[in-house]
Design a protein around this ligand. Structure first.
Ligand code: SF4
Length: 293
């Protein structure tokens, strides 16, 4: 992987990552903050034994309100070689996980492709790509044939809000295009007999306090472009105030969540609705190097 100037993601920041981390905070080495069975994804991902979650450090989107700030902004984590990552995946498989869940790994795609190729041959477990929705066509082309399940966010219909909270006015356009490419790769959702997702796309949307209109517009945008059976939908309520500048400083109200839920049901999407009690930082796992060191 030679990246004199990285232009991998839609940021196109041009960092010389061998010397200086890019906008995403990543250099060239893979950096992981936690690798462990994770029980708090949707039931079709976590099942009964957990999803084999690999939390990568850094992020190209870097939303101001990020719930995983320690790893997305502060780069907490340990550098690992691709061979070590494969060993970590082997250890997760031995713990009985249902899948391998690559959480916010976009900025490492070129380094991960050989690991994913090897994992496809070695393990009969789905590869889940858990991402922000802010992926370029080139990134998704590299993952074609290697990812079984995409778990993208669809955060914003409102470009001005995307700019305000994620410095990414192009998010709605980029994410819609990315979703189309993901669907072309995986096809419609396929579950096994235990109800676990083996292939397909599950779109997540986090309702932000004070921005109900953005959420309803996001649902409408998706409904105008895709059929309800194309993907599963997960409406999330877990926003937890972090006290950062320009971010909502309260929890979501029942009215806000229920009104967006109504829009999701009107659109005919099938999927998951999170309870308001999920809005607690206790649901963020400790990024303490578990399974990595
Ligand atoms: S992946 Fe990181 S370094 Fe590369 S263009 Fe995106 S933000 Fe910049």
């Amino acid at each position: 992987m030679a990246e004199e100037q990285c232009r991998l993601c839609p940021r196109q920041c041009g960092a010389a990552r061998e010397k200086t981390p890019g906008y995403c905070g990543a250099g060239t080495a893979l950096r992981i903050a936690r690798a462990a069975p994770h029980l708090w994804e949707e039931p079709c991902i976590s099942g009964t034994k957990g999803s084999g979650a690999l939390f990568f450090s850094g992020c190209a989107l870097r939303c101001r309100y990020c719930q995983n700030y320690d790893i997305s902004f502060c780069r907490k984590g340990n550098d690992v070689t691709p061979a070590r990552l494969f060993d970590i995946m082997t250890a997760l498989k031995e713990q009985g996980v249902h899948n391998f869940n690559f959480v916010t790994a976009d900025h490492y795609i070129p380094q991960l492709v050989p690991v994913l190729e090897k994992a496809k041959e070695a393990f009969d477990l789905p590869i889940v790509w858990n991402c922000s929705g802010y992926e370029s066509p080139g990134m998704l082309a590299m993952l074609d044939g290697l990812v079984d399940v995409y778990l993208p966010d669809f955060k914003y219909a409102d470009s001005a809000l995307a700019e305000k909270l994620s410095c990414a006015a192009d998010y709605p356009k980029v994410a819609l295009d990315a979703l189309e490419r993901m669907l072309r790769q995986t096809g419609k959702p396929v579950k096994d007999r235990a109800g676990l997702l083996r292939r397909g796309v599950l779109v997540r949307h986090l309702v932000l306090p004070g921005y109900r209109k953005n959420s309803i517009d996001a649902v409408k945008l998706l409904a105008g472009r895709f059929a309800p059976s194309d993907f599963l939908f997960s409406l999330m309520s877990q926003y937890t105030p972090q006290g950062r500048e320009n971010t909502p400083n309260r929890r979501l109200t029942r009215f806000e969540y229920e009104s967006v839920k109504e829009a999701v049901l009107d659109a005919g999407f099938d999927g998951y609705f999170q309870s308001l009690s999920s809005a607690a930082s206790v649901f963020t796992p400790p990024f303490d190097g578990t399974g990595v060191g």
